[in-house]
Design a protein. Sequence first.
Length: 368
Amino acid sequence: MTVLKNIAKDRILQITVLITVISLFFARPRFVDINFHTLWSVAAMLTIIQIYAYLHVLDVLAYKLTSIADNTRKLNMLFTALAVIAGMFLGNDITALTLIPLYLNIAKRYKLPQILPVTLIGMGANIGAAFTPWGNPHNIFLVSRYNVSPLKFFEWSVPYLILSLIIMLLVFLFIPKKEIPTQKTEPIRISWRPTIITTVVFIFFFFGVFRAIDIIWPLIVAIVLALAINPRIMLKIDYALLLTFTGFFIFISDIQQIPAIVNLIHDMVYSEISTYFASIISSQVMSNVPSTILVGKFTNYAQALFLGSNIGGFGSAIGSMANMLVLKTFNQHGSVSKKKFFIQWTIMQFAGLIILTIVGLGLLIFRI
């Protein structure tokens, strides 16, 4: 029942269901338009991520790193750096849900700033998630839709990661070095055998994403592993996201059969730059996952869509699912004004969006 309630409460899924039902009055979906490689890849990714979350790998890394922080700047840098790295492998959602409560517990204990550090953790998770094909679910769709090779994908993501990290490092220069007591390491132990097995399955999944093997096999292995470790892991999977992908495939299959809408969308993505901005802007109002699926069906400018969809995760609260989780998690664990947090978080998010939009535009123009 909890799983069904979580699915029913998902706002993006609710909107997806609504527009999908409306589209059915105009056309009937075609089975061939549903990208099952993407669906199975996302399902495998979500399963593996939940196994890692159950094994508390990220919690242990966080406690180990924060035990060496002796001032506020170092603490912020360590948390943000861990958010970037964790985002690459565990996705921005799990990263935000794990690291933000941990930081806020420390912040409340020593009366440390909360708004900027939490915002930077969320931004770091988004930046890291853009680096890998599995960090963001829409990256998996891009790899599948355009048959992107590993080399080509990282040719796009490495420059974006480097420039984003340089900008973030500049932000850290403005964080004061207020001394704090070093944190005690919590007695959390990693179960090494299942962790190593999960990592092997993760590598197996990597080959499946890039079609070296059929993705259905990593999915089956991941599900079997989750059931073997603890069947309740399967209850934690974001089934709403899978249904959102499915709904948008159906919706796009329908609108592809309506000439007027097809012509309108083609007019919005007629060039690389227009595709880039269309992806960023649409992400602000419909989140970057459905935006990528929609725009991706009508353009061949893969790099522009990659940059636009990942940068579009910044800005509004619904630009990325991780943004909503940051707000929700802060509301649950933060001790400063929620209104003040939302206002300052929004200002910093849109500042980041503007700066990274310029960065992405430069990457496209100069072919970096």
